[in-house]
Design a protein around this ligand. Structure first.
Ligand SMILES: Cc1cc2nc3c(=O)[nH]c(=O)nc-3n(C[C@H](O)[C@H](O)[C@H](O)COP(=O)(O)OP(=O)(O)OC[C@H]3O[C@@H](n4cnc5c(N)ncnc54)[C@H](O)[C@@H]3O)c2cc1C
Length: 311
C-alpha cells in the first residue's frame, strides 16, 4: 500500500516499498494507491500499480482504503501485504486484518518469508525488539518508519490498473472531514531534517519563542516533551516520544529536556543529538553527540545570532 500526498509518495511509503522488494526477493511487487496515481514508483521496482477510485478517496477513509486492499488481495493472492508502520498504515492494516480475520505484524524492521514467516518488530515504544513467527496464508506486515532507507531499483514505468472497490456505508462512515494546519510552521515533525525541541526548561509557552526562531532559521520543525503538552504549553501534535511522534532528523536539538526513556523512544532515530541543559548529569547527555551545559534562554538565542551573522 503506497500512501501519497497529492500524488507524491510519502517517505514511509517508499521505505515500505523498499522493504517489500527485499521480502519479495526478486518476485513481483504490486503497489496499491487510492484516489490518485502516485508518480515515480517505477524507480522503486513496482511492476504494476493498482489505483482504487471512488468519490470517498477525496479524503482519508481508513476502512474504505482497507476494503480496497482486501479486494486487491483477493484478486492477486499475494504472499504478503505490506504498508508503512505509521498512523495511516497501521490503522488501515488493522482494518484489513479484521476484515480478512488474519494476524497483523506491525512495526517490523526485518522479515524473512516462509511458513511461518519470521519477523522482528519494534515493541514498547522502541525499548524492545520482538522476534516472532507469523502463521497466516497472507502475511500482513507494516514497516517501522526509518527501519530501512528508501532505495531506488529502477524497473521502468509500471503498468497501471484502475478499479472501483465495492464499499459499504460502514466503509465510508469514518473519514476526514476537515484539516487544521499543524503548529510546526509547514515542516512536518515526522519528516523534518532538523527538529528543535524544548521541554519543561522552556518555563512557559512564551519560552518557545526562541525555539521557533531557531527552528525557522534552520528550516526545521518544533518539537516538545510530554511535560510541555501536559502543561498545555504546546499541542500534542508537537510531542516527541513513545506517545508522541517518532522522528529521525539529521539533527535533534533538545533544549531543557531531561531525556526520559519515553522521550528517547521517539528520537533515537536521530542521526545526531545536541542537548542543551543546565544539568550536566541529565540522562539525555548519555545519548547526546554534542552538548552545551547552560541555560537554554541564553544558549538558544546565541546560536540564532551566530546563524544570522553567517547569512
Ligand atoms: C506511559 C508514558 C508515556 C510517556 N510518553 C512520553 C512521550 O511520548 N514524550 C515525552 O517527552 N515524555 C513522555 N512521558 C513522560 C516522561 O517520562 C517525562 O516525564 C518527560 O519526558 C519529561 O519532560 P521534560 O524532559 O521536559 O521535563 P523534566 O524531566 O522536568 O526535565 C526538564 C529538564 O530541563 C532542564 N532545564 C531546566 N531549566 C533549564 C534551562 N533554563 N536551560 C536548560 N535546561 C534546563 C533540567 O535540567 C531537566 O533536565 C511518558 C511517560 C509515561 C509514563
Amino acid at each position: 500500500m503506497v500512501e501519497h500526498d497529492g500524488g507524491e509518495p510519502t517517505e514511509p511509503a517508499l521505505q515500505a516499498l523498499t522493504f517489500a522488494r527485499g521480502y519479495a526477493s526478486g518476485g513481483q511487487v504490486h503497489a496499491l494507491a487510492v484516489g490518485l496515481e502516485p508518480g515515480g514508483l517505477g524507480a522503486y521496482g513496482v511492476g504494476t500499480l493498482h489505483v482504487a477510485e471512488h468519490d470517498v478517496f477525496g479524503s482519508y477513509a481508513p476502512a474504505a482504503v482497507a476494503q480496497s486492499v482486501v479486494e486487491l488481495a483477493d484478486d492477486l493472492s499475494p504472499s504478503a501485504v505490506i504498508a508503512a508502520g505509521n498512523e495511516i498504515g497501521n490503522e488501515v492494516m488493522a482494518h484489513v486484518a479484521a476484515k480478512l480475520d488474519l494476524p497483523l505484524a506491525a512495526n517490523c524492521i526485518e522479515a524473512t518469508p516462509g511458513d511461518p514467516a519470521r519477523v522482528t518488530r519494534v515493541r514498547w515504544g522502541g525499548s524492545l525488539l520482538e522476534e516472532a513467527a507469523l502463521h497466516a496464508p497472507v502475511k500482513l506486515l507494516t514497516v517501522q518508519p526509518h527501519a530501512v532507507a528508501a532505495a531506488e531499483a529502477p524497473a521502468g514505468e509500471p503498468a497501471v490498473e484502475r478499479f472501483a472497490p465495492t464499499l459499504s456505508d460502514a466503509d465510508t462512515v469514518v473519514r476526514v472531514t476537515e484539516r487544521v494546519g499543524a503548529s510546526t510552521g509547514g515542516v512536518s515533525l515526522a519528516d523534518a531534517k532538523v527538529v528543535v525541541s524544548c521541554g519543561r526548561g522552556a518555563g512557559s509557552p512564551e519560552g518557545f519563542g526562541i525555539i521557533e526562531e531557531l527552528a525557522g532559521l534552520l528550516g526545521g520543525a518544533v518539537g516538545c516533551s510530554r511535560a510541555v503538552t501536559m502543561a498545555g504549553w504546546r499541542s500534542h501534535t508537537d510531542q516527541v516520544g513513545q506517545t508522541g511522534t517518532k522522528i529521525a532528523p539529521d539533527i535533534y536539538i533538545a533544549c531543557g529536556i531531561s531525556g526520559a526513556t519515553q522521550h528517547m523512544a521517539g528520537c533515537k532515530g536521530a542521526k545526531a543529538i545536541l542537548a542543551i541543559n543546565v544539568d550536566r548529569d541529565a540522562p539525555i547527555l548519555q545519548s547526546a553527540d554534542y552538548a552545551v551545559i547552560g541555560d537554554l534562554h541564553e544558549v538558544v538565542p546565541a546560536i540564532s545570532a551566530e546563524i544570522r551573522k553567517t547569512r
